[in-house]
Design a binder for this molecule. Structure first.
Ligand code: F6P
Length: 353
C-alpha cells in the first residue's frame, strides 16, 4: 500500500513554496510511490467539511518551479489551537486536524511555514500525536535554525531592482528618496538589498535611528557634489528613544517618521517615499531560491522516508540537515556589531545609529 502523506503551506507566502511542493511531488510521488495530498489554506482544509484536500501528482503539478505564491493557498488566520469562531472569539479545534488525518488515512504532514506555523505543527505533534516534518519559510530570513530561507534572495532581488530604478530618478531630480521594505523584527532584507542597491543609509529595527545622523549623511553627500540620496527603511525601524512598533505595522509609517524628522531639520530637501510592500513577496523565485527550495523539498521527503518525524529541514553550513522542530522558534536578527553591518559601514553606509 502506498504511503499517504499530506502537504500544506501556512502563514505569509514566499517565492519558492511551489518549488518545494514540486520537489516533494517529483521525489515522493514520482520516485518513492507515495500518494501526496495538498491541503488548502494551511490547516483550514482539514477543519472544514467537506475537507479541502487535492491529490498532487507529477502531471497536476507541472510548471511549478518558477510559479510565485502557493498553489495550495495559505492564511495567517488558521491556528487550530485558537481558531476564530466568527463571533469574535477563538476556540481550540486542534483535535479536528488529527481526526481529519485519520479519516483521510494520512500518515503525516509536511508543513511549509514560518515560526508561527511550525509552532502549531510542533504542538499538534506533542498534544495529538500528529506526525509532522517542517520546512522553514520566510522572506525575512530571520529563522535562526537555517542559514537561509527560500524567498529571501527573491525579496532582496526586488529591493535591489527598486533601488536601481530609484537611483536614476533621485539623481535626475536631486532628491532624497526613502524606500520602505519588509522586515518587522529583522533588517536582513534592508541590509542585503541596501548594500546591493548602493543605498546611502539603511535604517533597521536592530539599530534605532537618530535624525541628526541621517541628516548629516544628506549634508555630507551634498558637500561632495552628490545632491541626492537613497535611504532604505525597514518597516520595523524606529527612532532612538521612541516606542518599539507593535506587531500590527502600518505600511509606510516607519519611512514617514524618518521623512518627517529629515524635513523638520532640512525643510528644503526635496524628499519622496516609496513603499515596496508585497511586491517583495510576489512573483517568481530567483534561481538561488528555486535551488534552495528544491533541496529543502527533497530534504523533507528524505526525513519522512527515514521516519524522522518531528524534524525541520534546515540549511546549515551549506548542507541540508534535519533539526528538532522547536528550532524553528528561534529568531535571528541583524547583529549591529557583525561583519555584515561592518562591511556596509566601511563602504560609507549610514545606519542612523
Ligand atoms: O514575515 C514575512 C512578512 O513578509 C513580513 O516581512 C511582513 O511584515 C509581513 O510578512 C506582512 O504580512 P501580511 O502579508 O500579513 O501583511
Amino acid at each position: 500500500m502506498a504511503r499517504k502523506i499530506g502537504i500544506l503551506t501556512g502563514g505569509g507566502d514566499a517565492p519558492g513554496l511551489n518549488a518545494v511542493i514540486r520537489a516533494v511531488v517529483k521525489y515522493g510521488v514520482g520516485k518513492l510511490g507515495w500518494e501526496l495530498y495538498g491541503i488548502e489554506d494551511s490547516f483550514n482544509g482539514l477543519m472544514e467539511r467537506p475537507f479541502r484536500v487535492t491529490p498532487l501528482t507529477p502531471v497536476s503539478c507541472k510548471g511549478l518551479l518558477q510559479k510565485g505564491g502557493t498553489i495550495l493557498g495559505t492564511t495567517n488566520h488558521g491556528d487550530p489551537f485558537a481558531f476564530p469562531d466568527g463571533s469574535g472569539h477563538d476556540s481550540d479545534r486542534s483535535v479536528e486536524v488529527k481526526r481529519a488525518m485519520d479519516e483521510l488515512g494520512l500518515e503525516g504532514l509536511i508543513v511549509l511555514g514560518g515560526d508561527g506555523t511550525q509552532k502549531i505543527a510542533r504542538e499538534l505533534a506533542e498534544r495529538h500525536g500528529v506526525r509532522v516534518v517542517g520546512v522553514p519559510k520566510t522572506i525575512d530570513n530571520d529563522l535562526g535554525a537555517t542559514d537561509l530561507t527560500f524567498g529571501f534572495q527573491s525579496a532582496v532581488d526586488c529591493v535591489t531592482d527598486a533601488l536601481d530604478r530609484l537611483h536614476s530618478t533621485a539623481e535626475s531630480h536631486d532628491r532624497v528618496i526613502l524606500l520602505e521594505v519588509m522586515g518587522r523584527n529583522a533588517g536582513f532584507i534592508a541590509v542585503h538589498g541596501g548594500i546591493a542597491g548602493g543605498a546611502d543609509a539603511i535604517v533597521i529595527p536592530e539599530i534605532p535611528w537618530h535624525a541628526e545622523r541621517l541628516v548629516q549623511k544628506i549634508d555630507e553627500r551634498r558637500a561632495i557634489g552628490r545632491p541626492f540620496s537613497l535611504f532604505v527603511v525597514a518597516e520595523g525601524a524606529y527612532p532612538a528613544g521612541g516606542n518599539v512598533p507593535g506587531t500590527k505595522l502600518v505600511p509606510g509609517s516607519a519611512s514617514q517618521k524618518v521623512a518627517e524628522a529629515i524635513l523638520a531639520a532640512r525643510p528644503r530637501v526635496d524628499l519622496r517615499v516609496t513603499v515596496l510592500g508585497h511586491l517583495q513577496r510576489g512573483g517568481s523565485p530567483v534561481p538561488f531560491d528555486r535551488v534552495l527550495a528544491t533541496r529543502m523539498g527533497v530534504g523533507a521527503v528524505d526525513l519522512v522516508d527515514a521516519g524522522r518525524w518531528g524534524e525541520l529541514v534546515c540549511l546549515r553550513d551549506g548542507r541540508i540537515v534535519g533539526l528538532p522542530m522547536v528550532a524553528a522558534e528561534q529568531n535571528r536578527v541583524v547583529d549591529p556589531e557583525g561583519e555584515l553591518v561592518r562591511a556596509a559601514r566601511a563602504t560609507g553606509v549610514e545606519f542612523g545609529g
